[in-house]
Design a protein around this ligand. Structure first.
Ligand SMILES: Cc1ncc(COP(=O)(O)O)c(C=O)c1O
Length: 376
């Protein structure tokens, strides 16, 4: 079955008890037991809830994984993943990374975890950075916000040989375009707040794995720490996922046209979009993904233009986040990446002239017209 069909029909896809085609919101904290040593399969919603279970199993299905845990945000998912490691463990991390993930990693140094940030596009740099205590390679591909692409398969090969786990944050491309577990990755992370939810109306996070032991360990940690996805938010994400396929196609179509338009604009210096053939990761993308997604970053030649654009856009909202039906424009330097040290930002090209666009599903001519008037 193709991923589009899986997205529409979900895991069970309907409520077997009533036939309700929209999977019900089981708004209950606890579940009545029929008798001693008897159970309906549910006891307390922090442990498991039927609506959360449906979204977890749906995301597992989409990512070709066996186990999925749903959390109240993407960061809660990353936090639980970190708790599976021990003091002294070392991580190699994509240096161009969502700022919140960087902040959480740095906060975990006090618990004895160590992190090396580098450009994971260069496999040989990753190889050189592996130490005796390296336990995890943590990737964002494409990365946030400069859209660097990493060859997942190449790093998996390196990592496997050294007994290291490979974890991929798949928020930008979603399982519709890229399924890292199929390339040998050990775990996939999502900010479900983004394309999976798709409507800028809820926060969510997912962790997907295939290994039984890892699945059990994560499930226990999810239950113990308690930042689980609520029944209503699980339902919102389930509903969002139904249209994942059509949204991803439309976002990509729009992004492709906008990236081309930006490239020709005389006030634009550089466009970062992985669907452009001149992108350094283009061939890797063709190999490991079925599409390029809807995220674009670009630099303008004049710093002064940034404030003008952010103030003048009408249809496109100046707001943090991405992956919803509405187009958003973000200023990474002061928003998503505010916690990253200045020297790293400079090295990555996250300057005061860089803007990030999350292209939505509006009519592309309207979006271009909006950008045109904002840049005039
Ligand atoms: C790539 C990526 N990963 C993880 C996160 C964190 O997700 P959340 O905001 O749902 O906690 C974000 C948030 O912007 C993100 O962009």
């Amino acid at each position: 079955m193709k991923v589009e069909t899986k997205a529409v029909h979900g895991f069970k896809g309907y409520d077997p008890a009533t036939g309700a085609l929209s999977f019900p919101i089981y708004q209950s904290a606890t579940f009545k037991h029929p008798g001693l040593n008897q159970s309906t399969g549910y006891s307390y919603s922090r442990d498991q809830n039927p609506t959360r279970e449906e979204v977890e199993k749906t995301v597992a299905l989409l990512e070709s994984g066996k186990h999925c845990l749903a959390f109240s945000s993407g960061m809660a998912a990353v936090d639980v993943l970190l708790k599976t490691f021990s003091p002294g463990d070392h991580f190699i991390v994509s240096e161009d990374l969502y700022g919140g993930t960087y902040r959480l990693f740095e906060q975990n140094r006090k618990y004895g975890l160590d992190f090396t940030y580098l450009d994971t596009f260069h496999t040989e740099q990753v190889k050189a950075a592996i130490k005796n205590n390296t336990r995890c390679i943590y990737l964002e591909t494409p990365s946030n916000p400069t859209m660097k692409v990493t060859d997942i398969g190449a790093l998996v090969e390196l990592a496997r040989n050294a007994g290291i786990l490979t974890v991929v944050d798949n928020t930008f491309l979603t399982p519709y375009f890229q399924r890292p577990l199929e390339h040998g990755a050990d775990a996939v992370i999502h900010s479900g707040t983004k394309y999976l939810g798709g409507h800028n109306d809820t926060l969510a996070g997912f962790l997907v794995v295939s290994d039984e032991k890892m699945g059990e360990d994560l499930k226990l940690l999810q239950m113990s720490t308690g930042a689980t996805l609520s029944p209503f938010d699980s339902w919102l994400v389930l509903r969002g996922i139904k249209t994942l396929g059509v949204r991803m196609i439309k976002c990509q179509q729009n992004a492709m046209l906008i990236a081309g338009w930006l490239k020709r604009h005389k006030k634009v210096e550089r466009v970062y979009y992985i669907g452009l053939p001149e992108h350094e990761g283009y061939d890797i993308s063709l190999k490991q993904a079925a599409g390029f997604g809807g995220m674009i970053s670009f630099t303008v030649k004049d710093t002064g233009l940034v404030e003008q654009i952010l103030g003048k856009v009408r249809l496109i909202s100046f707001a943090e986040s991405l992956g919803g039906v509405e187009s958003l424009i973000t200023y990474p330097l002061i928003q998503t990446h505010a916690d990253i040290p200045k020297e790293i930002l400079e090295r990555l090209g996250i300057t005061d002239r860089l803007l990030r666009l999350s292209v939505g599903i509006e009519d592309v001519e309207d979006l271009i017209e909006d950008l045109e008037q904002a840049m005039r």
